[in-house]
Design a protein around this ligand. Structure first.
Ligand code: KIV
Ligand code: ZN
Length: 515
């Protein structure tokens, strides 16, 4: 069977999503998980766009050896040189050059002629080719480009050395039948097309990114550009898990495979959601909380008799474990460890001990501890690793007549105990004010959401917040059975990320000044 190359751009286009900032370590963690998932190409970033992006691409290139590591570059010499600098340490480096091709972009944005664009495309691909053999070229806004002109560009860049030509539906404008025709036209009209892999990169503005991608596969495209959970610029990109599971589930139609280890999909989705702070909507295909839940009596009856009646995929095939054990307060360390392993976690002895202690506390409060509770508590434990300030204690008084008051105790960077109290308009406001008095970093809270991890009055509450400082957004998450404590943990998480970013930037600035 023919293979479809899976090109993941979660760390580049995915991170371009408003508010989805990731730090270097988080990018590395996601890249490692993407390698476990089995993606063929990781687009790790856009190195010229910021020193942080350059650093992240370089680190991923050095540490993640299996997949191709790709760096994005505009069709400019300095971008290409910087892209190469960042990926040259990779086992399999790729440079991805892009330049607008549609008349609307040429006329209003670039103010360049078609001839100039064609020449720049060819020349910059030739420049990139001097660095490495693996070159991708994207004529941006291809779906709104005159097809005859698009064919000319593709022929020129393939002659100049492009080994992959990517057809982006940059603004999510295409409709499947029409997009498929464009891909078919490329195979028929570009004389040297057999020397390159045809790729597509679809955005989801009309909710058609996956449909357009699948139609292009039917017409011969063999690289799919996509992101985990479909995150990305505006309405996002085509979702990796949906494309992969469609190819797998409908192999009767596609007769194709991918290198994806589908049992890693669920874990990757959770990790990306956790680190970007973008929750997965419950009805999201493949990875949403309701994707395998059957509510109607008729459906439940069918599932009990034979799952194939209403389930086209086995949840275990995407890594949602079939719960064989229900954990509770009598469960021991061994059962807890086994459950973690089934859920795909392999914790160090020290982290396991800490997680088990938290599990025991939780099991005292909740009768049954579900997989979602366990995932939430492990994520909470991982968030507290490498904190600058740690929340040690919190006490809140509030009520309809009382004045909301919070007393907070933190452990500071040098292990010192810091304590203070504050009044607020509500309990969360009082907690945040008390923390601010101790940490003293100016910021503005821009988003605050609470979700319950499971059902029931004893459920864990997960709080997601975003704060802004110097024009940059930082996400924080916290989980606890007490939502005020979860709110405090989320705030500490966001502040610690802000402080870590400021420390890295400060060090870089001192380095640049030669201090
Ligand atoms: O959407 C787009 O056109 C892109 C290109 C850089 C490939 O992201
Ligand atoms: Zn894009």
């Amino acid at each position: 069977m023919d293979k479809v190359i899976i090109f993941d751009t979660t760390l580049r286009d995915g991170e371009q999503a408003a508010g989805g900032r990731l730090n270097t370590q988080e990018k590395l963690e996601i890249a490692r998980q993407l390698a476990k998932l089995g993606v063929d190409v990781i687009e790790a970033g856009f190195p010229i766009s910021s020193p942080g992006d350059f650093e992240a691409v370089s680190l991923v290139a050095k540490e993640v050896r299996e997949p191709v590591i790709c760096a994005l570059a505009r069709a400019k010499a300095e971008d290409i040189d910087r892209a190469w600098e960042s990926v040259q340490g990779a086992a399999n480096p790729r440079i991805h050059v892009f330049l607008s091709a549609s008349d609307v972009h040429l006329l209003y944005q670039l103010k360049k002629s078609r001839k100039e664009i064609l020449e720049t495309s060819r020349d910059t691909v030739a420049r990139a080719k001097k660095y490495t053999s693996d070159i991708e070229f994207s004529p941006m806004d291809a779906s709104r480009t005159d097809p005859e002109y698009l064919y000319q560009i593709l022929e020129a860049v393939i002659d100049a050395g492009a080994t992959t030509v990517n057809i982006p539906d940059t603004v999510g404008y295409a409709i499947p039948g029409e997009f498929g025709k464009l891909i078919k036209g490329i195979f028929n009209k570009v004389p040297n097309i057999h020397r390159a892999v045809v790729s597509v990169h679809c955005h989801n503005d009309l909710g058609l990114a996956v449909a357009n991608s699948l139609e292009s596969i039917r017409q011969g495209a063999r690289q799919m550009e996509c992101t985990i959970n479909g995150i990305g610029e505006r309405a996002g990109n085509a979702s990796l898990e949906e494309i992969v599971m469609a190819i797998k589930t409908r192999s009767d139609l596609f007769d194709l495979t991918t290198n994806i280890n589908t049992t890693q999909i669920y874990k990757t989705s959770r990790l990306v959601s956790e680190l970007t702070g973008f929750p997965v909507q419950p009805n999201k295909a493949i990875v949403g909380a309701n994707a395998f839940r059957h509510q109607s009596g008729i459906h439940q009856d069918g599932i009990i008799k034979k799952s194939i009646t209403y389930e086209i995929m086995d949840p275990r095939s995407i890594g949602i474990p079939a719960s064989s054990l229900v954990l509770g307060k009598l469960s021991g360390r061994h059962a807890f460890k086994e459950r973690l392993a089934e859920l795909g976690y392999n914790l160090s002895e020290e982290n396991l001990n800490r997680a088990f202690a938290v599990f025991k506390e939780l099991a005292d409060k909740k009768k049954d501890v579900s997989d979602k509770d366990i995932e939430s508590l492990v994520a909470e434990e991982q968030r507290t690793v490498s904190e600058t300030y740690h929340l040690d204690r919190l006490q809140v008084t509030c009520g309809d007549r009382g004045i909301p008051t919070a007393a907070v105790k933190l452990v500071g960077p040098a292990g010192q105990i810091l304590a203070d109290a504050a009044l607020g308009t509500g309990p969360v406001d009082a907690v945040y004010k008390a923390i601010n008095r101790l940490v003293g970093v100016p910021n503005m809270l821009t988003e605050f959401t609470v979700n319950s991890v499971t059902e029931g009055i004893d459920a864990i509450g997960e709080v997601l917040i975003r704060i802004e400082s110097d024009g940059i957004t930082y996400t924080g998450r916290g989980a606890d059975t007490d939502v005020i404590v979860a709110s405090a943990k989320a705030y500490m998480n966001a502040l610690n990320r802000l402080l870590a970013a400021k420390k890295t930037n400060g060090a870089k600035a001192r380095l640049a000044e030669g201090l």
